[in-house]
Design a binder for this molecule. Sequence first.
Ligand SMILES: Nc1ncnc2c1ncn2[C@@H]1O[C@H](COP(=O)(O)OP(=O)(O)OP(=O)(O)O)[C@@H](O)[C@H]1O
Length: 266
Amino acid sequence: MPPAIEIHDLHKRYGDVHVLRGINLSVAPGEGVVLLGANGCGKSTLLRCLNRLTPHDGGTIAILGTEISTLKRAGLRAVRHQVGYVFQHFNLVPNVSVFQNVLFGALGRNRHGLLRTWSAFASAEDRDRAMTCLERVGLAEKAAARPSEISGGQQQRVAIARMLMQAPSIVVADEPIASLDPKAGREVLELLFRIVSEEGLTVLCTLHQLDLAAEFGQRIIGMKAGRIVVDGAAGDLPRADLDDLYHGAVRVDQPAGTVTADLVPA
Ligand SMILES: Nc1ncnc2c1ncn2[C@@H]1O[C@H](COP(=O)(O)OP(=O)(O)OP(=O)(O)O)[C@@H](O)[C@H]1O
């Protein structure tokens, strides 16, 4: 079986800012990886390159053995179907129900696109699946609610149900608990990592809490100024190596020689 994610010498620039500076990374199917790094070190850019939401400038990215740089529309759609995203701000559609938001997860799978993901036109199978996904995240009773009528933690659980509906092989979670209080954040992480483990999915999740990274990640990858500088089993990495990710020249848009205020998260 090919690696879930295989990256060689990846580079990305925004104008003069060299954001990704030669990333090499291989993630095995089923691996649970937490990505750490200070604000502005390039984490989100790396995650967005994985399905060409952001096109890269150099190097290669293979998703489940498929090199994505040269894919045409149908091939790219197939890869995007394999990679489910969970975002910091949930990205739910505000004016429709929670149930409808979960149904939208089937968008990439339906030949008839958007129309067949509207509740009134969806197949009985998709409607049943959407309800099962909501049950998996403990929110079946909120199916008819609008996103604004439920808490932030519940909204993120809906986003996880939508991701489940998509049925991806790889889950990319970009600071999924950054908008939540500590209790809701922990509950969301427990749910996300439990579901990922039950489904045998690969996960790449950015966090800012070192303790949670060590608790939930099997493997921790640390980035600093556009490069991977830490990579190891969660239990084996010295705390000092993780703390160091937040000290000194961490940002990619920082002129050489300047030093940011040290920022060590909890
Ligand atoms: N679309 C864009 N256009 C121009 N510059 C961008 C764009 N996206 C990101 N950048 C810049 O790239 C650099 C890295 O940003 P990125 O969001 O990847 O970092 P990050 O580690 O995810 O930070 P954070 O934790 O704050 O989200 C920053 O200087 C940012 O301003």
